[in-house]
Design a protein around this ligand. Structure first.
Ligand code: ZN
Length: 117
């Protein structure tokens, strides 16, 4: 009794942290999956991936692509070259919005102990 269960208001998953999402006046408690799917974070990731992925692809695979030697292996490397900056951008955005939200409320077990005292 008195045990508080914190659930994500968007998907119903359990919350282990809270994230200060852009466009909101205060910290909105959502799960990490919902934070990672936030529109502005995904858009930022796509933009970073387009710029960094294109530059790295030109540097690392430019000669191969210009020679027309596109193989499955080269195509896979190009995909990873775009995927890595996207993932780094997304991870950084989620990490920073968690840090911006500050320490979260105590987990459900601690809240239960606080209610008992
Ligand atoms: Zn969620």
């Amino acid at each position: 009794m008195g045990e508080k269960v914190h659930l994500c208001p968007r998907c119903g998953r359990g919350l282990s942290a809270r994230f200060l999402l852009p466009g909101h006046s205060g910290a909105e408690r959502v799960c990490v999956i919902c934070a990672a799917g936030h529109r502005s974070f995904v858009h930022d990731g796509v933009r970073v991936s387009a710029v960094v992925g294109t530059l790295l692809t030109a540097v690392n695979q430019g000669q191969v692509l210009l020679a027309g030697d596109l193989t499955v292996s080269v195509a896979a490397r190009v995909l990873f070259t775009y995927a890595v900056p996207f993932a780094v951008s997304l991870f950084t955005s989620v990490h920073l919005c968690a840090a911006a939200a500050g320490p979260g409320e105590p987990p459900a077990e601690a809240a239960g102990e606080a209610d008992a005292s």
